[in-house]
Design a binder for this molecule. Structure first.
Ligand code: ZN
Length: 477
């Protein structure tokens, strides 16, 4: 052994580095690798929105498995069953529930993945490490009526996550009843957040945001909240190894009416997990996979107590969500002119994901923002939209449509039945709320982009058509 190394060992330096490394590895342990995930990932759930019928056959199938103890917790206001699934027999209890907001179904898919992983034949030795240490209660899809309606709220119009004190919704009452009866040590509150959050000052999407909710206005840290923060420290380690840079912290303002904050006040170490957007991932499958990994890791960490090694500084170091930091579409450096005042501006567009109209949301220096889609319009000028009035039957093919766009027509007005669109491109008919001589906030994302040689591109309800190549541009980053 070299003398320098011997000296280091004698000083204890290497030993402490070594044990620190071991501790970090123990904390980041996660038995659900990406490869294994692909093996257990539940098929047919890669959709924008899950409803009860998507999970009912899966639940029925798992009901046959003696590992899972199914109980119908009750039913929604409109009569759809709400199930709870108990797993394990250990003294430390974990309650996880999803989709109390009906249009936030990402984690419901992850819970179905988790059931598959737990049930997998080859996971027996893994299960045996925790089945006698923890008891898990899962409540997938707390709000099936909202899910069916594609709505945040329940069928009575109540936001279940603002009903933790009033308990006027049957769904909220069932969740509270399950918690009071089960008396969990940990609560995992699974939601989706809007796709426009960035991670702090970065230009990355908050694909996952975490929070140990406060139980009072002062945001005090009691023992239960401390444990939630420590568990989040483990979650941070996992996410930094799986998808570095896409983790943020959710707004920590005390929300008295909410379940997370109310459970925190009941002494439950509660962790809010918010699934967010990611580039080229409309159905949030990236967040879904991370949710499944976080759930598996949480079972392991809570079962072994590994989270207790985490310093609170790990939680505190997570940057907060930056609201509106990410835009759907950014068009940079577009020339505009108003009363002889020429300028180059960036435009932010917001697309309507339900198929409605895309709109301009912001104008100016938008260099602090990032976009899911981005286009550099340097050298191009805004040209106001102009209607082509339909007076007789018109059949559009690609060439004919592009010829009209080159002539400065951006959309059609009149009797829509007269227009047959045989082109490969979208048409805009009788739009309401167009911009005029210059782009304007809240107006439609339909106009033309030109240079000295004429119209080069058409923005058609948020989609950019390149007239020279006759192609819709894929601006996804
Ligand atoms: Zn929510």
């Amino acid at each position: 052994m070299q003398s320098a190394l011997r000296k280091l060992l004698a000083s204890g330096f290497l030993v402490s580095v070594f044990s620190l490394t071991m501790a970090v590895q123990a904390m980041t342990m996660n038995s659900l690798s990406p490869t294994q995930y692909n093996e257990i990932k539940q098929s047919a759930l890669d959709k924008p929105q899950l409803v009860y019928d998507d999970i009912a056959p899966l639940l029925m199938q798992h009901q046959q498995n003696p590992l899972f103890r199914f109980t119908q917790l009750g039913q929604s206001a409109l009569g759809t069953p709400i199930w709870q699934i108990d797993i394990g027999s250990g003294p430390v209890k974990i309650l996880a529930w999803s989709q109390m907001h009906g249009n936030e179904s990402t984690a419901t898919a992850a819970l179905m993945d988790l059931l598959n992983f737990i049930a997998a034949e080859r996971q027996k030795s893994w299960r045996d490490t925790w089945l006698s240490k923890v008891s898990i209660r899962l409540i997938p899809m707390v709000n099936p009526d909202g899910a069916a309606a594609g709505s945040r709220f329940n069928s009575m119009g109540i936001d279940i996550n603002r009903d933790a004190k009033a308990l006027q919704s049957p769904e909220g009452r069932l969740l509270m009843q399950a918690a009071k009866e089960f008396k969990p040590d940990f609560g995992l509150n699974l939601h989706d957040q809007n796709r426009f959050y960035a991670v702090g000052d970065t230009n990355k999407q908050a694909t996952i945001s975490l929070l140990a909710p406060a139980f009072n206005e002062a945001k005090d840290i009691d023992d239960a909240r401390k444990k939630a923060m420590q568990l989040i420290g483990d979650m941070r380690d996992l996410l930094e190894s799986e998808l570095p840079g896409y983790l943020a912290k959710y707004n920590d303002t005390f929300s008295w009416r909410s379940f997370g904050d109310t459970f925190a006040g009941m002494g439950i170490s509660t962790v809010l997990i918010e699934s967010g957007g990611h580039p080229r991932d409309d159905n949030r499958q990236v967040a879904r996979k991370l949710n499944a990994q976080l759930l598996v890791m949480s079972i392991e960490s809570i079962g072994s107590g590994a989270y207790q090694q985490q310093p609170l500084s790990a939680y505190q170091a997570i940057p907060f969500n930056r609201d509106g930091g990410i835009k759907d579409v950014l068009i940079n450096n577009l020339g505009i002119s108003v009363n002889g005042n020429k300028a180059q501006v960036d435009l932010a567009l917001e697309l309507d994901t339900s198929g409605g109209q895309g709109r301009v949301r912001d104008i100016g220096d938008l260099s602090i923002y990032a976009g899911y889609q981005q286009f550099d319009a340097s050298g191009l000028q805004y040209q106001a939209p102009k209607a082509y009035a339909l007076s007789q039957a018109l059949t559009l093919d690609n060439a004919g449509y592009i010829a009209l766009l080159r002539q400065g027509y951006s959309h059609f007005s009149g009797d829509a039945a007269l227009l047959s669109n045989n082109s490969d491109f979208p048409v805009v008919i009788n739009p309401k709320g167009l911009a005029t001589t210059t782009p304007q906030r809240h107006r439609l994302a339909t106009f033309l982009l030109r240079n000295d040689k004429g119209v080069q591109l058409a923005l058609l309800n948020g989609q950019l058509l390149d007239l020279n190549n006759a192609t819709l541009l894929d601006l996804n980053k």
